[in-house]
Design a protein around this ligand. Structure first.
Ligand code: SF4
Length: 191
């Protein structure tokens, strides 16, 4: 029939499918995935705090042996490459925020700067019954982990020492270099 009253042809079923949702953001990026990975690695570091304590003691000895080199080049010049290395290694292992005054040896290898309240002497009163954080409920409390890690370490009772407030003047500087310089200065003063 061609009487002009013909209804428009119905669209094929496939035409009614909703358009695919556009992915916004970089491909394969997942903030949650990244956060989960960071939690997993941090948990590993706390579980192996005794081993990491031993490893750091050896590493600190090596750095001290290189004091002559740092002194010759100038500690200020060494700052950039060493702090870059420190940032990558500790960023991966501990989610380090480069506060410049590392206390991992006193906090069971759990970095207190990952506490959302950045407490240097924790925990706060908000720890959940399951040991998780008040602010990030899906994350374990940094200080609960610190206590667990400290119980495995030889120098673990250092967790009972009161930590000084963070000095912002040291932020983004290398703790490794500072500790090395201080240890070398102590040795020289004794000699
Ligand atoms: S205490 Fe400071 S230097 Fe040590 S891991 Fe945490 S942010 Fe980094």
């Amino acid at each position: 029939m061609a009487d002009g009253s013909a209804k428009p042809a119905t669209k094929p079923a496939s035409a009614k499918k909703p358009a695919p949702k556009l992915e916004v953001g970089p491909v394969n990026f997942s903030a949650d995935g990244r956060r989960r990975r960071a939690f997993t690695i941090r948990a590993w570091s706390v579980r192996h705090s005794r081993f990491l304590e031993w490893l750091y003691q050896r590493f600190a000895g090596i750095l001290e042996a290189f004091h002559f080199l740092f002194a010759a080049v100038g500690y200020d010049r060494a700052e950039r490459p060493v702090s870059l290395m420190e940032r990558s290694v500790k960023g991966f292992m501990f989610d380090c925020r480069m506060c410049g005054q590392c206390v991992l040896s006193s906090t069971g290898m759990s970095c207190p700067m990952n506490c959302p309240k950045q407490l240097r002497n924790g925990p706060c009163g908000g720890v959940r019954a399951d040991g998780n954080c008040e602010v990030i409920p899906e994350a374990p409390c940094v200080w609960v982990k610190a206590w667990e890690g400290s119980r495995q370490m030889q120098g673990g009772d250092a967790i009972l020492n009161i930590q000084k407030p963070v000095s912002q003047a040291l932020r983004d500087t290398s703790s490794w270099l500072r500790v090395t310089r201080e240890a070398a200065a102590k040795k020289e003063a004794k000699a």
